[in-house]
Design a protein around this ligand. Sequence first.
Ligand code: ZN
Length: 257
Amino acid sequence: MPAQWMPDTTPQELVNLTRSLGEPSRDLVILAEGNTSQRLDSERISVKMSGSNMATATAEDFVVVDVAEIVAIVDKQGATQVELTDALDAGEVGGRRRRGSIETIIHVAVQAVGQAEFVGHTHPTDVVGLLASVNAATAWDYFVYSDEAVVVGTPLYVPYAQPGISLGRVFLRELRGYADREGSLPQLVLLGNHGIVAIAPTAAGVEAVSSMAVKGARVRAFAHAAGGVAPLPSESVDSLFARDDIRERRAHLAQGK
Ligand SMILES: [Zn+2]
């Protein structure tokens, strides 16, 4: 079934998260950039529409899409951008075209590989700055301070691909690779020359991961300006993760507590 426009099914928590991430002072997105989604059940997500502004989002700015259907298009050899765009189209209602964001593929890919309640995709200036630099692919190879390691864990870096079906394919491949290696979904995905994807079991978790990604990027930029990054020693990170109190803190943070 193609996308459906059903504003009554849009969860209020998703609207609140979207507006919060879209707040201009946070500089995570401008204009109609960025998108969010929430899992509705084992088959469907509610995802932001194309062309709507996060800061002023309402329940009417979301459509419901079928995860398996969109993933099948991304996985199908020879599938075209037009096919994907058509599947995201919920038709014209009230004189306005209701179509899921072209970046819906990021959101369905997450649900196809693992399961997450909330996904938030933004283009924070501080992070995109580093992801558009010559250090993009390696900037997050090491943690730069301990709270970052605790909140974000090991992020996934995905090289640049054109938004649309190309990005969908690269993103899905890299996400599957990460899940095979690590046995779970990442909490943070860094998209080269593009932005971030925060994945969490709660809306507050998406907020926490997004904010920490911005802070981590700023710390790296300062460190580069001050002569270069001195990463946290990996033995210290390993022993940090092994501590019971840190394990407990990570569990709470994932819930946004
Ligand atoms: Zn984007």
